[in-house]
Design a protein around this ligand. Sequence first.
Ligand SMILES: [Zn+2]
Length: 290
Amino acid sequence: MEDSGGQEIIDVHCHCFAGMEQFDLVSSGLAKLRNAGVRHMAVMGLVNTHFNSQDIWKLIPEGFDNRGNPLFYEADDLLHFTRENGEMLFPMLDTRCMFGDTPSLLQDYVTRGFRGIKGLYLADEGNDLGLASIPDVFDISLEQYHQREWQIFAFAEANELPVLYHMDANRYGDVMKAILDDFPRLRINFPHFGIGRKAFRQILDRYPNACTDLAYMLPHIQSNPESYCDFISHYQDQVCFGSDALIYQPQIVLDYIELVRSLKLPKEIESKVFSENPRRFLGLTYPRAR
Ligand SMILES: [Zn+2]
């Protein structure tokens, strides 16, 4: 732990995009991160049993180097990486391409080892990622899409699973509030500061069970550190450490650790961001006396 000064770090937001051929690459990267003080990483794993790769790519932002299963069936490989790496990985099921009976599929994946859920709100083509809408790709109505998402939230709340949900507070603030009003016990992370900090403040102010992460925000934070320091300090119980790194990209996680340290936050706030808030969000209890 010499590099980390004893500080525990938990990354709540990574993606898989790797398969068995990257097993050694993944293991060596995780070992590097462990040495830097990273104790857990939440990794999102996609499942797909229904769509061709062309359709799936309509739902994946550009710039992701998918080295794993070309049809994005990542569940088996991610669970394998998890079993082989001690306590390090916290696998979360990416539901964006999941198709079928939602509660029974979720139950099945949880039984197999998934510990949280990832979603991406793509109600129409006005989403911040410029992706196709799920109603279009799935050929379902907006109402059916909402039913599916609400089944996911209900399952997560009932089973006390954390949900990482990419959603733009600017455009979909009302739907965000509806989720939080309907599921008051749900632990939900709207990443990337809810995309728009101004609109998202209202959400964080009103719903203490909502949190956020700083994944993908590095260039923004670097160009305006004071403003982000204020934001993080103000919402110090709700901001989690996250990187959006792929599971075989340890350097990105290290860059984000450096970024947080460079903000020179008061030590107790830094430790909330690195460790306490991620633990609360993921539902990890503290290890006994260290
Ligand atoms: Zn992400």
